[in-house]
Design a protein around this ligand. Structure first.
Ligand code: GRF
Length: 210
């Protein structure tokens, strides 16, 4: 029996990526008693985020911690949950906060100094970082945009790229059409990443208390 890779997904809103990840893991783990990659919990910084209800409906554990005081206090609460569940990888999926260097360094310290936090972003980074990336690309009438999965550093969508997939903007596309195709590509990119994790094509340093 191999050790399951333990994931936490962070989301702030609808969570369609989070639910796609959840469904993909369910279909990947043919032997539910011996999963290769296990979703331990979904975290939200927004206690009223729709993603939380959706996760509960799928019987996935959730944590919601609103930022009521300092960023440090908020992140310490999150780190406690990560430590309790011995999380190996964090997948950001529509998480609307920037993680601090202190947070990322603590998480690295539990994983042999490796960065095991990834984010999905709806553009071909370094183009259109930050918010409303799809809207801005559409307004610029780009012929293509896409999706980037990248490691997370303390910048805004600046970490090392893992995968990028292009999405064409067709002449007759409405913003809604373009958004929809980009979102579908996001789900595919996360699936590819999870498959690689499960196959150990991307190496995991398992959680270890230091
Ligand atoms: C996604 O497009 C993600 O890339 C971006 O925010 C959106 C979240 O969508 N950062 P959802 O909550 O997964 O539906």
């Amino acid at each position: 029996m191999s050790t399951a890779i333990r994931l936490a997904v962070f989301a702030s809103g609808q969570g369609t990526n989070a639910i796609s990840i959840l469904n993909h893991l369910a279909s990947m783990n043919r032997e539910p008693q011996n999963p290769k990659v296990k979703l331990e919990f979904i975290f939200s910084d927004n206690p009223t985020a729709p993603v939380l209800e959706k996760a509960k409906a799928h019987k996935v554990q959730t944590y919601a911690v609103a930022k009521v005081s300092t960023k440090q206090a908020h992140e310490l609460a999150i780190l406690r949950a990560l430590r309790k569940h011995q999380i190996d990888w964090i997948c950001l999926a529509g998480y609307m906060r920037i993680l601090s260097a202190d947070f990322l360094n603590q998480f690295k310290a539990w994983h042999e100094g490796r960065s095991q936090v990834v984010n999905i972003h709806p553009s071909l980074l370094p183009l259109y970082p930050g918010i409303e990336s799809i809207e801005r690309a559409f307004q610029d009438q780009v012929s293509e945009s896409g999706v980037t999965l990248h490691y997370v550093d303390e910048g805004v969508d600046t970490g090392k790229v893992i995968y990028q997939e292009k999405v064409r903007r067709e002449n007759l596309d409405t913003l809604g059409d373009f958004k929809q195709r980009i979102h579908i590509q996001e789900y595919e990119v996360y699936k590819k990443f999870l498959n690689c994790l499960a196959a150990h094509q991307i190496e995991t340093a398992y959680f270890k208390e230091v």
